[in-house]
Design a binder for this molecule. Structure first.
Ligand code: SF4
Length: 311
């Protein structure tokens, strides 16, 4: 839930940009606050239009919609700048959350007994807590590894598709420690090291390595099954930060060389009903790599671009 302090911070940024009409992208979890948002915009004399299109990351910038609707500013809430070059002036309100994870670590410290060298990772909401956690763990006698995300420059910051903040030290640590909420971000990384999660929701430290291992096995089985299939659809997204046309063309060429029937398909967001009527055996995803985890919803095999070489 958004606090008044968050709204005020956001408005300071909006005023600095002298915007009269703004287009607002609200993450799924904050749509419950949309009326409070609207009231705050109205009180501040700014016209706001809220995008209700699903938004899972800053790769999914709705700058074209903002332009079409005559907005002079796009406000993207909940994610850090992903490097997309927008058509409309854009501000990213990252929505930092102050939360003392050290209390959870203190109460569950036996979960870390086996590990001496610990690498940290989190989402943008908590990157400012990284140094405090590092110091706390060092006081417990741990050796702590803190890297920077190559896109955002923030410490310990990982995305479901970007683990540059941990990749440099991954071979040197005994485990990775994620602090935040949920398991989406930490479970995208495929490593042979334990992954533990300091979860603000449950107040516990949980070992999520088994979930990650199961995902890895599922991916291997998908590649194995796809080798025997014929009809492939290579998906290229029209979301600006997920649009990898060159990769899609390459995938098509590589699959055709293996004798597969291939069509290139495009959608803003791929959903199962968009494929009704098509006899697709395998979807090759060149957009958000986490789409692969939705194979069950599609009832089809989903591979990512890098898997194509192994077909
Ligand atoms: S591509 Fe996927 S994982 Fe990466 S930022 Fe976008 S939504 Fe998140």
């Amino acid at each position: 839930m958004l606090k008044k302090q968050h709204m005020e911070e956001m408005f300071r940024l909006i005023r600095e940009n002298s915007a009269k009409r703004v287009f607002v992208q609200v993450p799924e979890g904050l749509k419950t606050d949309i009326y409070a948002f609207a009231a705050f915009f109205a009180e501040n004399g700014v016209d706001a239009i809220f995008s209700v299109e699903p938004c899972f990351g800053a790769c999914d910038l709705r700058d074209r919609d903002a332009k079409l609707l005559g907005c002079d500013l796009l406000v993207h809430i909940g994610h850090a700048d992903f490097g997309v070059k927008p058509d409309v002036k854009t501000i990213y309100y990252e929505l930092r959350i102050d939360f003392d994870f050290t209390q959870i670590i203190e109460e569950n410290k036996q979960a870390l007994d086996r590990y001496k060298k610990i690498g940290l990772m989190t989402t943008v909401q908590f990157v400012h807590e990284a140094e405090r956690i590092k110091a706390f763990l060092e006081n417990m006698g741990k050796e702590v590894f803190l890297g920077k995300n190559k896109k955002s420059g923030y410490p310990a910051h990982v995305l479901g598709c970007d683990y540059t903040a941990v990749s440099e030290f991954i071979d040197d640590v005994d485990c990775l420690l994620y602090f935040g909420s949920g398991a989406f971000h930490p479970s995208g990384i495929l490593i042979q090291k334990p992954i533990l999660s300091v979860d603000m929701g449950s107040g516990r430290i949980t070992d999520i390595s088994e979930n990650v291992r199961k995902l890895a096995i599922k991916r291997e089985l998908s590649i194995e099954k796809a080798r025997g299939m014929t009809n492939f659809a290579v998906y290229v997204s029209t979301k600006p930060g997920q649009m990898h046309t060159k990769a899609a063309m390459n995938a098509k060429r590589m699959l055709e060389e293996k004798g597969k029937h291939v069509v290139l398909i495009s959608a803003d967001m791929l959903t199962p009903e968009k494929l009704i009527g098509m006899k697709v055996d395998v979807i090759v995803n060149t957009a958000c790599p986490r789409i692969r985890e939705d194979a069950g919803l599609f009832g089809k095999i989903i591979l990512n671009y890098e898997d194509v070489k192994r077909i």
